[in-house]
Design a protein around this ligand. Sequence first.
Ligand code: IPM
Ligand code: MN
Length: 353
Amino acid sequence: MKLKLAVLPGDGIGPEIMEQGVAVMRAVCEKFGHDLACEYAICGADAIDKVGDPFPEATFKTCMEADAVLFASVGDPKFDNDPTAKVRPEQGLLAMRKKLGLFANIRPVETFDCLVHKSPLKTELVKGADFICIRELTGGMYFGEKYQDDEKAYDTNFYTRHEIERILRVGYDYARKRHHHLTVVDKANVLASSRLWRKVAQEIAPQYPDVTTDYMYVDNAAMRMIQEPRFFDVIVTENTFGDILTDEGSCITGSMGLLPSASTGEHTPVFEPIHGSWPQAKGLNIANPLAQILSCAMLFEYFDLKEEGKLIREAVRASLDANVRTPEIQVDGGAKYGTKEVGAWIVDYIKKR
Ligand code: IPM
Ligand code: MN
C-alpha cells in the first residue's frame, strides 16, 4: 500500500527514538513492498521555540493529510517549574488529540517474560499479565471548563452520553477480540460524571452478552492492578483515571520504555510511546527505542497489515532475548547497547527475515 506518514519527533529523547522508529518503518515497508512517504513536522517545546505554538497550523495540516502520525514525545523542564508560562509543550499534545478527534487511546500493558524480574512486583504476580487500557482522550477534566485565580480554581469533569457510549463500544470491540472481559473503571460512589458512565455502561452491556462486564471504582482498580494484574483483560475509563492507571500499568511490566500506544478517532490516527520526553537523557544514546518501534507495529496492525506488525514484534522479542538492550533493562555485566545500536539490530533482523 501507499503509506503517507506524518513524523513528529518533538522534544528530549523524541528525535533519537524517532530515528529508530522511522528506520524500522522503512525496513518493513521495503520488505513488504509498501510505498512509504515521510513528512516531518514540528511540535512541543521545539515548535514553541521556533514559531511560538506547540502544535502549529502547518503541523496540523501535515497530520490531516497523512494516513497516520508517528509521534515521539514532548516536554521540556524549562516550562515545568514556571507556573506563569503562557504556552507549554504539553498543550501541543492536547491540541493534537482534540483537533484530530482522537477520543480513543489504546494502551496495551504487556509483559515480557525475560523482563519480569525488573518489575517492582513479585515475578509470580506479573508473569503473564496482559491487558489493554482504553482511555477516553478528548473529554473530562482535561478539556472541561477551567478557572483559576489566586484564591480558587476548578476543572470541570464534563462528559456527554455520546462521548461515554462511543468509548465504551471501543472497549467492547477490544474485549470481543480478546478474552471477553471488560472492566469499566469509574468513581460512581462520588462523582456525577461517573454515575452517568455507569448508567450508560449498564444500558449497553446487554448488547454484548458474550462479554463479562465488571464495574470497579478507580481506587480499587489501582489496588487490584498491583495485587492481581492478571485479573484484567480490557479496562475502559475516563481521561484522567486512564492517565494515572496507565502509568501504574506501565511500571509493573518492568520498563516504561517498552509500551506503545495508539490514539484513534475521527481523523488521522496517532501512534506513540506512552513514556515522556526524558530530557535528562537527551543526546546520550541511552533511551530505549522499543516503545517507539512497537508503536510502528500498532500502526501496521491498525491498517490490518498483520504480518508487518508480527515481524516487528518478533524482532523486538529477539533483541531482548539476545540481550541487545538499553542500559535500564540490561542484565548485570551484559554488553551495553545504545538507542542507535538497538534500533540497528532490529532493522538488521527485519532485513534478514
Ligand atoms: C500522557 C501524558 C500526557 C497526558 C501529558 C504529557 C499531557 O502524561 O500521554 O499520558 O496527561 O495525557
Ligand atoms: Mn500520562
